[in-house]
Design a protein around this ligand. Structure first.
Ligand SMILES: [Zn+2]
Ligand SMILES: [Zn+2]
Length: 151
C-alpha cells in the first residue's frame, strides 16, 4: 500500500471576528457572524481552476503558492483529475499503470479488495485514460500535466 495521505489544514476561526467558521463545500469556510469567507488549499486550487479552466500543475502552483506535492495529493484523493486528453498522468501506486486520479488502477483495486476483504473508497480507484499515446509521461517528472476539478 502507498503512503498515508496527509491531513490538509482546515481554517477553524474567522480571521476578522474570531467566530467559528461553518464549512460550506469545496474547501470554502464562511463566518456565520460577519460573512467573511476563507478558503483552504483545496478551495484555492478549485477557485483558480474555475476561473481559468484546466491548467498545468506548475501554473496552479505558481499562482496559488501551493506546492505540486499538494496538488498530487488532491489527485490521489480524487478531488482533482487529469483530463482525458492529457499526455501526462499519475501512476497507480502498485503497478505504475497510468491513471487520471486516485491511488490504484481498477485491476490493482480489485486485487486489494479481495486480499483485505474490504472495499476501497471509490475516490481511491482511478480511471485509466482511454487513449494512451506513445510513451507515457508522469506528473512526478513533468509538472506541465494539466489538472482540472472533479465534479
Ligand atoms: Zn467573522
Ligand atoms: Zn495498478
Amino acid at each position: 500500500m502507498g503512503d498515508v495521505l496527509k491531513e490538509i489544514f482546515k481554517p477553524t476561526n474567522c480571521r476578522k471576528c474570531k467566530e467559528r467558521y461553518v464549512y460550506k463545500a469545496f474547501g470554502e469556510y464562511e463566518c456565520p457572524k460577519c460573512g467573511y469567507i476563507e478558503l483552504d488549499e483545496y478551495g484555492k486550487i478549485r477557485k483558480y481552476l474555475e476561473e481559468n479552466g484546466p491548467q498545468p500543475a506548475i501554473n496552479i502552483s505558481t499562482a496559488t503558492k501551493i506546492p505540486v506535492s499538494a496538488i498530487d495529493q488532491y489527485l490521489r484523493e480524487g478531488r482533482l483529475e487529469i483530463p482525458e486528453d492529457s499526455e501526462i498522468f499519475i501512476k497507480c501506486e502498485l503497478c505504475e499503470t497510468a491513471i487520471r486520479y486516485g491511488r490504484y488502477c481498477p485491476s490493482c483495486a480489485a486485487n486489494l479488495s479481495k486480499k483485505f476483504l474490504s472495499v476501497l473508497m471509490p475516490s481511491e480507484v482511478g480511471e485509466v485514460p482511454k487513449k494512451m499515446k506513445g510513451k507515457m509521461r508522469f506528473l512526478e517528472n513533468d509538472k506541465s500535466a494539466k489538472i482540472s476539478t472533479r465534479k
